[in-house]
Design a protein around this ligand. Sequence first.
Ligand code: Z5A
Ligand code: MG
Length: 213
Amino acid sequence: MDATMVPRGALILLEGVDRCGKSTQAKLLANALGGVLQNFPDRTTSIGSTINAYLSNTCEMNDRAIHLLFSANRWEAADRLRENLAQGRHVIMDRYSYSGVAFTAAKNQPGLNLEWCMQPEVGLPKPDVVIFLNISIEDAAKRSAYGEERYEKREFQERVYENFHRIMATEKWHLVDATKSIEEIHTTIKQIATDTIARVATLPVEDIAAFKQ
Ligand code: Z5A
Ligand code: MG
């Protein structure tokens, strides 16, 4: 590596079911690493505001159309993600493509299987590491009552949980026990992140991976 070049940043993803603690841990990790925090859906964009309207049940939408909007919401952030990584900044993501796939496929509609749901993600930056905060729906539901948003229903959440576990059977994710204390989980996650940062620092910037067919 050229001495003037900065090592590239790491793309770190936190995934998991509702209430597992993603947002809590993503904030803590971003602070600890001095990294950039990126939530999905990003409700601050115009696509994000349509997603917000859908999630809060103020509009209806075709299942495929909303799925593609969730994906478009990632595509509109993709250049910025790559730029941050190239400039040596670590990006910590709170949900990403796998939430997109696990939630839409949980609708159990004909043709909306995991494979179809993953197609619009092809070409997006692939996380360097996926940290899955593992907790049962039963334990997660004890943290606070489900709210009013569209997917916040127990039976639906059970299917999302199963989908996440189907996806992870084909990927190398880090499974972290999300029933531990916030501090214990943070320590575990920080170690995984630190190892990942060291691993990717030697890779050329052009090597930022993308989801493949
Ligand atoms: N969605 C989709 O359909 N397609 C997509 O492509 C994407 C998303 C990206 C909105 O997501 C919805 O969009 C979501 C998936 C769908 N649907 N649902 N349902 P969101 O990310 O905006 O959702 P959220 O409002 O942030 O909630 P969340 O993600 O479910 O929560 P969380 O971030 O995992 O948990 P938290 O806010 O950090 O913590 C929850 C509570 O537990 C809180 O009171 C904490 O203080 C407490 N907590 C956290 N950690 C612990 C521990 N370790 N012990 C005890 N208590 C804890
Ligand atoms: Mg959250």
